[in-house]
Ligand binder design. Sequence first.
Ligand SMILES: [Cu+2]
Length: 156
Amino acid sequence: MRLRPVLAALFAASTLALGSCGQDPVLYVDQAWVRLPAVPDAPGAAYFTVHGGPNADQLIRVTSAVAIRTEMHDVVTENGVTRMVPLESVDIPALGKVEFKQGSKHVMMFDLRRNLKAGDTMRLDFIFASGEQIYVDAPMVAAGGDGSTEKHDKGH
Ligand SMILES: [Cu+2]
């Protein structure tokens, strides 16, 4: 039964969502966090989990008012060389779950505002091919830190 975790996440995410909350599962984002760069000119990175709604969708952009430019990236290893490749969009299957996490998909955030502080939150805006838009307030973590809340994962 998927309804219960979806509702639980909605309650946690925003009381504003309650008014319009029906019985159907909805597209939502949780587990979001941002790692700040070690030096001001380096990019930060955002990680999160997208939960698909009743219909398949595509995540086409993740933005923030405090970043000049953002790119979705994946990490690939070919012939022992690991590098990042840009993603134009990411498929979000109906009722599926897509994780952006360390060593895998992430959003690179370039030219971040200078006065951002670990412990504060950053608003992230998620834009989908269907026209749906979602925002979350993601905690910011200092360079080298880990803001992941999924402690049950085996390994990293
Ligand atoms: Cu990257």
